[in-house]
Design a protein around this ligand. Structure first.
Ligand SMILES: [Fe+2]
Length: 353
């Protein structure tokens, strides 16, 4: 039994409608609120009812969307022209007055079928939307899982390089943190700053390919050994290059160019200025700061102030011109955070010479 809302002002029509439809359907006298909150199966109205309820019906139709609840307008012959103007807007069909039971019940039956089809389609749409949501959720979860796997693989790769190097895992962690700090300060997006944080860990991955006799040599390197040592940049890039992953592509740039200097005096390509990838310019400063702070068999570790002064003023070997000016400015602005990172991720005493 369909629920039919009567928006009819003419009392005679009311009585007639009850006579024709009352036994087969539930006839409701709708209110504006009920129209929206408890939608009927069909609305029956006449021209004066339509005039009175036009705004409410219009709003209710928007609220019902995408469900189609048919509106049938009862109209006399001389009102047809006015009624046609409403057709397709608020009204779906016309039934002529004076009312005839057969015409009215036939139109109502057809309109209720239309509504049922619309309801079925809405259900399918909901099912599709629900299915799409589930699918999107699964894709999100698998993407996150892939990201985690990639992150772990890279992490293990950096661990492999740690086995060979005198640097500790904490050196790598500190460089990652400094790099993110610098990236954020110079206005990189959060996504890029995070990617730089992760790929900074790969800066020295090419040291896997450097022979131990050079990598672990306690004294200064001769020219030939130094040339081989410098190759860790090229080897690192070769290890990471040609990947479809933007993450590894950035890692390859960092590995190759983190010893370039802004003034063109670095290696392996003697790139200068913006020809050096931004992530590499960031990691370069982070790496230099940490190298200055870290004690070596042949040198003591600098204090934060000494390292700050060496980078910002220079000391004969290191000059401010080596660094991208905006990265250098970010370093000066956030230098106290550098000191905090170094202290929080300090090397364990047994790893220091
Ligand atoms: Fe390096």
């Amino acid at each position: 039994m369909a629920r039919i809302a009567l928006l009819i002002s003419h009392r005679g029509n009311h009585r007639l409608l009850h006579d024709y439809l009352g036994s087969a359907h539930t006839l409701l006298t709708a209110t504006e609120v009920a129209l929206k909150q408890d939608p009927p199966h069909l609305v029956l109205t006449d021209l004066s009812g339509l005039h009175q309820w036009q705004t409410a019906l219009s709003e209710a139709r928007k609220a019902w969307t995408p469900l189609m609840i048919p509106v049938l307008l009862l109209v006399s012959e001389h009102g047809v022209r006015k009624a046609l103007a409403q057709l397709g807007g608020i009204v779906d069909d016309l039934a002529s007055k004076p009312l005839r039971s057969v015409e009215l019940t036939t139109r109502i039956r057809n309109l209720l079928r239309l509504r049922a089809i619309s309801e079925d389609l809405c259900g399918r749409l909901n099912d599709t939307a629900e299915y799409n949501n589930t699918l999107e959720q699964q894709i999100r979860e698998r993407t996150e899982s892939l990201q985690r796997t990639l992150g772990e693989t890279v992490h293990r790769l950096t661990r492999a390089s740690e086995f060979k190097d005198t640097d500790t895992g904490n050196h790598i962690r500190r460089v990652c943190h400094y790099s993110r700090l610098l990236a954020e300060h110079i206005g990189c997006s959060q996504t890029l700053a995070e990617r730089i944080f992760e790929t900074a860990a790969l800066h020295d991955v090419g040291k896997i390919a450097v022979p131990d006799r050079i990598l672990l040599k306690p004294g200064p390197l001769n020219a030939q050994e130094w040339a081989i040592m410098q190759q860790h940049t090229v080897k690192g890039e070769r290890l990471l290059a040609d990947s479809d992953s933007p993450y590894l592509q950035l890692g390859a740039q960092v590995a190759r160019s983190h010893h370039e200097r802004y003034d063109g005096g670095g290696y392996p390509d003697q790139l200068a200025g913006s020809a050096i990838p931004l992530a590499a310019r960031i990691v370069q400063l982070a790496d230099v700061y940490d190298a200055l702070r870290t004690p070596r068999p042949y040198k003591p570790g600098f204090s934060h102030q000494q390292a700050l002064q060496t980078i910002c003023i220079g000391d004969g070997r290191t000059h401010p011109e080596h660094f991208d000016p905006q990265v250098l400015e970010a370093f000066e602005a956030r230098s106290s955070a550098f000191a905090e990172i170094y202290a929080a991720l300090a090397d364990p005493p047994h790893s220091q010479p």
